[in-house]
Design a protein around this ligand. Structure first.
Ligand code: NCD
Length: 339
């Protein structure tokens, strides 16, 4: 695809080559994300960072990524703080805000809302998550992380064995990741969820149509025994018809160090899009895994910055100009980042 000036709404836009291009630009961004160098390539450019649903890492890392390229960020974080609360349409909001921004990132709880917004926008729009539909930048950072973790273990993405665990029905990060992985070859998917929260049929059909293997089960311990990656997810409570219904699934699958030691192959990588639900009755990913070197969750969040920098640089066509204005940073950074 041609990234320049494009909206990024769904991972269905990508072929495998496109993903590889994003990853190679992301690799170039590492010295900037690590604060070894600064660049001003987006000096004067404004990001409209519009998050109408709760967000910590997606919102802040998109903002940081833009700042690290030298641009400024304007944020709207709540529907009640925007004119959408007064009945303004996505069309009007998009026409207005795209006059103030060079690029917009938007998250909203309604499926398809970001696409509708983008169709009226005068500048490129990136989907930061639309309901339970898609979360393309999360899937890219997840796949980038998977690739790095596999390379570190002498493997690759092709032939990967991944177990996806938890709420596969409403989890948009899972939906986008499954589509992206299906562009690779011979992936073995183990889908572990209660039957009511299974991966929707269209995603399973897409995976199978591309010749990958899918096994669905409800038993955590049986499902995690032969995996390279465990991708654990939170029950997406906010998408359930009622809290009572969501509560039924609380704490159903809880991965902790003793289960990991007993059932997983050595060096199985543990991932989670975060936030993990740390409340006592949920805890799908226990804190006692924090010192496990195979826990990649904070490598994922760090990787989010370079992936988002790469998307911005490619969409605004400055990927090959980042170095032009680059300098060493003058402040103390030693030991700031550990892998
Ligand atoms: C995910 C999301 O918002 O879809 N979080 C994120 O962006 N990292 C997953 C979640 O909320 O459970």
């Amino acid at each position: 695809m041609n990234f320049v000036g494009s909206h990024i709404l769904s991972v269905s836009q990508f072929e495998r080559d496109d993903i590889e291009s994003v990853f190679s630009v992301a690799d170039q961004m590492i010295p900037y994300a690590n604060r070894e160098r600064v660049t001003r390539v987006l000096e004067g450019a404004i990001l409209g960072n519009m998050f109408f649903e709760p967000s910590t890492r997606t919102r802040v890392s998109f903002g940081c990524a833009w700042n690290l390229l030298g641009g400024d960020v304007r944020e709207t974080t709540e529907i009640k703080a925007s004119a959408i609360a007064k009945g303004e349409s996505f069309y009007d909001t998009a026409r207005v805000l795209s006059g103030y921004s060079d690029l917009i990132v938007m998250r909203h709880q309604i499926e398809g809302s970001v696409e509708e917004f983008a169709s009226a926008s005068r500048v490129p729009v990136i989907n930061g998550g639309d309901g339970s539909n898609e979360h393309p930048s999360q899937a890219l950072l997840d796949l980038y992380t998977i690739r790095k973790e596999m390379e570190g273990r002498g493997k690759q993405v092709d032939d990967l064995r991944i177990a996806l665990i938890g709420d596969l029905r409403y989890g948009r990060a899972v939906h986008s990741l499954c589509k992206l992985l299906s562009l690779y070859t011979n992936i073995h998917f183990t889908l572990i969820s209660p039957s009511e929260l299974k991966l929707p049929e269209q995603y399973v059909a897409n995976i199978e149509a591309r010749g990958h293997k899918v096994v669905e089960m409800e038993d955590l311990q049986a499902g995690i025994t032969q995996a390279d990656i465990l991708y654990v997810t939170r029950t997406q409570e906010e998408r359930f018809p009622s809290q009572e219904e969501a509560d039924r699934y609380k704490g159903l699958f809880r991965l902790n160090q003793s289960i990991y030691t007993e059932f997983c192959e050595p060096n199985t990588v543990i991932m989670h899009p975060l936030p993990r639900d740390s409340r006592g009755d949920a805890r799908e990913l226990d804190d006692d895994l924090n010192e496990n070197p195979n826990l990649a969750i904070f490598r994922q969040t760090d990787n989010g910055v370079v992936i988002r920098m790469a998307l911005f640089a490619m969409i605004l066509d400055v990927a090959d100009k980042v170095e032009d204005s680059a300098q060493e940073v003058p402040w103390y950074t030693e030991g700031r980042f550990r892998s």
